[in-house]
Ligand binder design. Structure first.
Ligand SMILES: NC(=O)c1ccc[n+]([C@@H]2O[C@H](COP(=O)([O-])OP(=O)(O)OC[C@H]3O[C@@H](n4cnc5c(N)ncnc54)[C@H](OP(=O)(O)O)[C@@H]3O)[C@@H](O)[C@H]2O)c1
Length: 327
C-alpha cells in the first residue's frame, strides 16, 4: 500500500485508512467482536496503517475494540481518536473544556492500550471554549508525550487558524466526497497554505456512492442514516442520478463506483487520506484497490462534467447536527 504524508506534520500513513466507526456505532447493530477483530487484522495485513476511532463511537466500545485488535501491531499502526462531546455522547453537545480533554486522553490511552495517542482530534468545535484553550490543552498533552499530533474535525477556517497558531494542526477530518464538495471552497486552500493534511470522512457518501443503497433500502431502526435528510426516500431517489453517472464512469475504467469515489479523492491532493468504513472483508479489499487506480486529468474533467449535472438534495445532518458543523 502506498504511503502519504499528512501535511507538514511528519505523520506518514497508508494512502487509505480504515474508518472503524461502523464496526460499533452508527450504522445498525455492532459487528460481532471476533469478526470485527478479523477485519482489523485483515486491514493491517493488507497494508493499512491508519485507523480511525473516537471516544463517541459506542461510546467507548470502538476504542476498546481497536485496543484489543491492534495490540499485536502497536508499533506498525497510527491510531487516531477524538474528544469533544459531553460524556462522549454527541447528543449531549460539545465539551472541550481543557480538564475534560485531559480526562478523555487518559481514558483513551487505557482503552486503546497505548502509551501515546498518535492523532487526537477535536470532534466538533465547542463554542463555549476558545480554540486557543483547546489547542493549549492538546499542546500540554503533546509536551507530556501522551499525544503525538493534534487534529480537528468539521472546523471552520477561522477556528483552524486560531488553533494552528497555538499548536500546529496535523490534520483536519471533515466530510468530503463526490456528493459533498464544499471543502473545496475555503477549507482546502486554508489547509494547503498552513501545511495541514486532510482526512475525508464518509468518502463513500455513507455508502450511497457505492450504488449499494437505493430508494428502497430499509435501514435498521438504530441506523443514523434514518435521521439524515440526504437519505430520505425522496432524496435518495433524486440523488440516484449521481450514482448512475459514477457507475458509468466506473465501467469505463474497469473499476467499481466505490473505487472511483475514493480514487477521485486521492487525485485531488497528495496530502489527502480518505478513511472509508466497512464491516466486510470483500468491501475492504475492493476499497483498498482504489489506491491502485490512476485518475488522469482527462478522467477528472469527465467526472467533473458528469457530477456538475446533478444537484445533490438534502442536508448532511439533522437540525441539531447541522448546528455543530463549520464553526
Ligand atoms: N469526524 C466525524 O465527525 C466523522 C463522521 C462520520 C464518520 N467518521 C469516520 O469516517 C469513517 C468513514 O465514514 P462513514 O463510515 O461514515 O462512511 P463511508 O466510509 O462513506 O461509508 C461507509 C458505509 O458504506 C458501506 N460500504 C463501504 N464500502 C463499500 C463498498 N465497497 N460497497 C458497498 N458499500 C460499502 C459500509 O457498509 P458495510 O459495513 O456493510 O460494508 C458503510 O455503511 C467512519 O468509520 C468514521 O471513522 C467521522
Amino acid at each position: 500500500m502506498k504511503k502519504r504524508q499528512l501535511g507538514n506534520s511528519g505523520l506518514e500513513v497508508s494512502a487509505l485508512g480504515l474508518g472503524c466507526m461502523g464496526l460499533s456505532f452508527g450504522y445498525g447493530p455492532a459487528t460481532d467482536k471476533s469478526e470485527a477483530i478479523k477485519l482489523l487484522h485483515a486491514a493491517v495485513e493488507r497494508g493499512v496503517t491508519f485507523f480511525d476511532t473516537a471516544e463517541a463511537y459506542g461510546p467507548f466500545e470502538n476504542e476498546e475494540l481497536l485496543g484489543e485488535a491492534l495490540a499485536p501491531y502497536r508499533n506498525q499502526v497510527v491510531i487516531a481518536t477524538k474528544f469533544g462531546f459531553k460524556e462522549g455522547k454527541p447528543g449531549l453537545g460539545a465539551d472541550s473544556r481543557p480538564e475534560r480533554i485531559r480526562e478523555v486522553a487518559e481514558a483513551a490511552l487505557k482503552r486503546l492500550r497505548i502509551d501515546a495517542i498518535d492523532l487526537f482530534y477535536q470532534h466538533r468545535v465547542d463554542p463555549n471554549v476558545p480554540m486557543e484553550d483547546v489547542a493549549g490543552a492538546v499542546k500540554d498533552l503533546i509536551a507530556e508525550g501522551k499525544v503525538k499530533h493534534f487534529g480537528m474535525s468539521e472546523a471552520g477556517a477561522a477556528s483552524i487558524r486560531k488553533a494552528h497558531a497555538v499548536q500546529p494542526v496535523a490534520a483536519l477530518q471533515s466530510e468530503y466526497s463526490l456528493w459533498w464538495r464544499e471543502p473545496e471552497q475555503e477549507i482546502l486552500p486554508t489547509l494547503e497554505e498552513l501545511g495541514i493534511g486532510f482526512v475525508p470522512f464518509s468518502p463513500l457518501g455513507k455508502g450511497f456512492l457505492t450504488g449499494a443503497i437505493n430508494e428502497n433500502t430499509q435501514f435498521d431502526k438504530s441506523d443514523f442514516r434514518n435521521t439524515v435528510p440526504r437519505f430520505s426516500e425522496e432524496n435518495r431517489k433524486a440523488n440516484q442520478a449521481l450514482v448512475d453517472l459514477l457507475a458509468r464512469i466506473a465501467t469505463d475504467k474497469n473499476a467499481t463506483p466505490a473505487q472511483i469515489a475514493l480514487a477521485w479523492l486521492l487525485a485531488q491532493k497528495p496530502w489527502i487520506v480518505p478513511i472509508p468504513g466497512t464491516t466486510k472483508l470483500h468491501r475492504l479489499e475492493e476499497n483498498l484497490g482504489a489506491a491502485e487506480i490512476e485518475i488522469s486529468p482527462a478522467d477528472l474533467s469527465q467526472i467533473q462534467e458528469a457530477v456538475s449535472k446533478v444537484e445533490v438534495q438534502g442536508d448532511r445532518y439533522n437540525e441539531q447536527g447541522q448546528k455543530m458543523i463549520n464553526r
